[in-house]
Design a protein. Sequence first.
Length: 679
Amino acid sequence: MTIRILPLVLLGAAVGHGAPKSASPTFTKDVLPILRKNCQECHRPGEIGPMPLLTYEQTRPWAAAIKTSVAQRKMPPWFADPHYGKFSNDRSLGQRDIDTIVAWVNSGAPKGNPNDAPPAITFTEGWGIPQPDVVFQLPQPYEIPAKGTIEYLHWVVPTNFTTDRWVQFAEARPTDRSHVHHIIAFVREPGSNWLKDARPGIPFIPEKPKDANANVSDLPSDFLVGYAPGQPPERFEPGRAKLVKAGSDIILQVHYTTDGHPSSDRSRVGLVFAKQPPAHRAMTFSATNGKFKIPPGAANYRVDAEFTVGTDVVLHGLHPHMHARGKDFLYRVQYPDGRTETLLNVPNYSFAWQLWYNLAQPIPLPKGTKILCTAHFDNSVNNRFNPDPAKEVTWGDQSWDEMMVGFFNFVFPANTPVETISPQADPPKQIVKRLLFLGEEKGYRHDAISHAMATVDRLGRETGLWETYIRTDTEPLTKKKLEYNAKNLNDFDAVMFYTGGTLEMDTQQKADLLSFVHDDGKGFIGVHSAAITFVNWPEYVDMVGGTYDEHPWNTFDAPIVVEDSRFPGMSKWPSAFQLTDEIYQMRSFSRANTRVLMRLNSSKLDLANKRVKRADRDFAVSWARTYGKGRVFYSTLGHVTANWDRPDMQEMFVGAIKWALGLVDADATPRALPEGQTR
């Protein structure tokens, strides 16, 4: 995928230069100071800005476009929610500066007196950092073809450093920005086996992991500096720097894209060394999650990652990274005493701008602190940047795949062993069970289904207890062998339905589903509209334990009572509470063959509602039962999408799935209303 560079780039921090005077603003006196402070770093020859804005003659033809971009806050690019955190590199223009530019354009964009111009900024030609002490570049230009997919290429570039070198400034730069998606310069220390088969100067493509359960999001070695649109160079205050040990290699990872036109590139990295060894070392770490599977059409798929700090450090900067389906990104920190704090919220993530957010006041993080990252992805047709809404999306290098990485810069005493900062993670938990989650509906459509499937998939991976296989069709609901080694019921330990209507299943499929639970002793979990599924199939209704018979109160603040808090997953709920959701009234339901776990408090209901049909006023919300050798759980909850983000709701379904999978035992003996309780 080719990144679209917007037609105007205005970078820089928000700086006030005074409100527009009654006299019309001029370029030299009022506008040029804003451009020099906020824009010219990129809007100068050789940089990412499509036009230079150094002089009046260069700027005047673009006056109208500049006015539109700043008035709509499209430029400078800055996506941090102002309610959380303060950042030293805040690129958003202050309202006074916006008003000044708008007033200047509205008054005809006059030049003004040249003597009013502020002193010009001295830039290093070809660099955004001071003149580098050393430059590492590709040994020869790489010829980029006109078409095709290019895998990530890696070049080993020996540093030939005979002593440790401390880097205070670092910058990665392509020579052809239009074909370079990104560059990452890694430091490979002496003795590292990473890319051990790569030869210096020759592009190398690493083999893909053969282990299907490998965490492909693990980032190699030491991140030195990167390039992507909007990503600034690394700059550190005196007394702080990144370390390149003697004998290390620089690994240049370059991702090229094609656009129908051949080209060539000779990317490079420039380093400026610290004048003396610093007291503190800076290093880039990350929280990553490479185990996600974004379902087709999911508009708000959540992915979480975390990093536990192994020793005291100071947090300096944050850098979220996703691809075209990235929707939003949140950084939080959880201190050892349990306190949590939101560090950064990016509510409208842009793949076109890979920004760092440098904290105005660095934050000390004591040992045991967790950095918590939460991202959402939009894989729906409503995302105009989505390459393929019909595709299940996993971690991958290419832009049509996805990534979820929360980078951050730590600063710590230079003599701190790096291995104490990022302790070896526990080995991944073995996935012991398989869950088939079916999300097909015939009739009314429930918006919550995609988020429910994504949540269950994530919970399975986080607990390490089950692997979720998501389908929106009934093909796997059979025991017969399918073509192309496709999975069938024999491959699963439980089936979960968030379905509706009469699904397309032939007589044998129906028999196989019942046998799967009743005879094979497998599990069935029904969510909400699973009770509106096959309402005219008596055997299915018997298996589930009931079927839909109106929702008298629609979506409302349901007064709920927990009857069995000892059942797996029920203990997080209060004994009595209110929850906004759509509660079904059931028919063909009886306490004689189900163990009710939650019910409505009928004393707080509008029983005069004409759609209330149960004379016994017994409105079960969740229940468990055995069906032959198998286990069945059903809950009418789940209609409201936001409820799937509730910890108590998630805990309930984790417990229910564990029980249905046979991972835990519980008493599912049918019983009447517990003694002392009233409906």
